[in-house]
Design a protein around this ligand. Sequence first.
Ligand SMILES: *Cc1c(COP(=O)(O)O)cnc(C)c1O
Length: 386
Amino acid sequence: MPTTRNTGSELFDRLAIRPVINACGIYTDLGGSRLSPDVWAAAEAFNGQFVRMTELLDKTGARIAALLGVEAARVTPGAAAAIFLGTAACLAGTDGEKSQQLPDTTGMKSDVLIQAGHRYKYDRQVGMTGAKLVEIGSGNGTRADQLEAAIGNNTAAILHPAHLDGKPGTLALEEVVKIAKARGIPVIVDAAYLNYPTSIMGDFMRRGADLVCISAKYFGGPNAGGFVLGRKALIDAVSNVHFTRYESGKYLKLGRPLKMDRQTVIAVLVALEEWLSLDHTQRFVQYERQVGLLKEKLNGLKGLKLAPKCFTMDERFIDEPVNCLLVTFDKSVAKSASEISQMLEAENPSILAIQEGDKIGFVMDVLEDDEVSHIGERLRALLSTI
Ligand SMILES: *Cc1c(COP(=O)(O)O)cnc(C)c1O
């Protein structure tokens, strides 16, 4: 049976689960990223040592803020947690009683506005704090006067998903910030995967956001890691709703279930440091080389069209920068792309890739060379037996 570098075969056997060769890219449901040896070593070092979690969160936050050139930051268990904690921070501020009272928002501003065209999966985190998500405008668009008119005494924040910024009909971040600033309403930006070029993370603050939510899964950090950047007062408010000092402090804070391991907190910081110092040109050169490696393994197979492509974070195939091999199966192949994809999935290790219509995209983002070779060999073997 073929093996890969990371199979813990006795564990997989004992649990009767199959390891996955992940040619899909970075997905929470597939475990996020692969931690680099240095990030793993940092987590291991902290495993051997205890620490005051309050101090670790304060100091890693300060370090992240300095690295990204912003006022303040705090590590969270992911971007979804950052949206949740950021929203709660806008409701409770630094008031411990209010943190304890949530999700009952009596006596607090509790409406969080979102443009109708910006509704997306992660806006669900807002409601979990007790806040009410209020849609402004319609699916056709939102005008500035509609947003202005919607802001009232009960408005706590505006949520702005950065990956939808500039969507036709919606107000751009700059326009939202201008309206919000005039009324003293904080703008929470979900920039979960907007981490490259690396300056983009801090730029959301410089463009006027008050809180910016980033996921560590997208920069080689832990699946349950991320951070929120923000103005100092709001990051203090995030601390007020986060998990520490639940037992030792005066208040039973809302964010207690979102607790973190010290190993995870340090891994988020070290992964970010690595990401900032990484030669990203070289990163794309590596993807392209791996695409070449897979292409080479498949060369000469009948009925296949092989096209180097870019599989984007919002799950589209475009031309550049190359990180993926898109294989199109024509009618002369005895099985469809969907059937071939299912056969790859059924293997052990299970090979998962992005199948759409008559195509399968093999994404290199988290693949090792030996896994790329394995995919090529298995695909060749399957196609020669059908
Ligand atoms: C993955 C993702 C999140 C959630 O991030 P986690 O770190 O997994 O909590 C939020 N928003 C967007 C756009 C994402 O892609």
